[in-house]
Design a protein around this ligand. Sequence first.
Ligand code: ATR
Length: 282
Amino acid sequence: MRSIDSHTGLLGLIGDPVNHSKSPDMMNAALAEMGAPYVYLAFRVVPTELKEAIQGFKALDVQGWNVTIPHKVAIMEYLDGLDETAREIGAVNTVVKQDGKWIGYNTDGAGYLRSLQEQHSLPLTEQRVVILGAGGAARAVGYALAAAGVSSIAIANRTIVKAEELAHHLSRHTQTKAVAMADCQSEIKKATLIINTTSVGMVPDTEATPIPVEWLNADQLVSDLVYHPRMTTLLQAAEAKGAAIHTGEGMLLHQAALALELWLDAPAPVGVMRQVLEVALT
Ligand code: ATR
């Protein structure tokens, strides 16, 4: 067991709520495996106290922290700088102290891409992608895929204006289109990779799917960011049709591993983190 003493540093997570977060389990197991002299704690911070919480972290010289809902956008104004990816995505999930400055990063998109490539060897530049949803997760995944050179991205969202905004934003990197979720059948039919970034299908409403499953076909890869349950109704239906599937816990794992690598400048023990996450999710 690791000893905690006067040399132990602090890493952490701020969000609201944080009590179901799997990050402390994964991060502390990884820190122990690496022999790194840190502990990682989850702090519930309400939006009205965000500024004070960050001032406190700075005063205590916390080495870095993760940021989750609802602070990923609001935190940006309190930092000294943003990495280019965080600026493009417009949200921060990891803060790193570098040369005395607090810099915001976003590892969600790169974490998604690592997970996708770990499970499927896809020629990314040949993919015609449909992203279901246009919120923060869609922005991160969309930017990562666009920067990786996918051939096209259609954004399908319940609220079309948000789909248009994201499609416009990504159009600097790839061919894009915006459609209403209810009208995206022809885009789905043409797609090689379909990604659900909405919360539809998450516990407790596990029967729900973001699109009718009849629209899917066997030649596609269907990816769902929902990880509770891991096999969503969307993925079950895709698999039953003979399509390939990609489950959501991999993004959770790899965005955490990438954050750890930013803080400690050393490879994260992904195998240990994966084991801990699997136990935490059962
Ligand atoms: P996140 O950071 O997880 O992406 P978010 O920014 O709140 O969360 O975005 C949630 C996304 O899920 C949005 O695209 C939202 O659609 P709207 O823009 O129309 O609100 C989508 N979403 C959430 N619940 C949905 C539902 N029941 N049906 C369809 N889309 C839904």
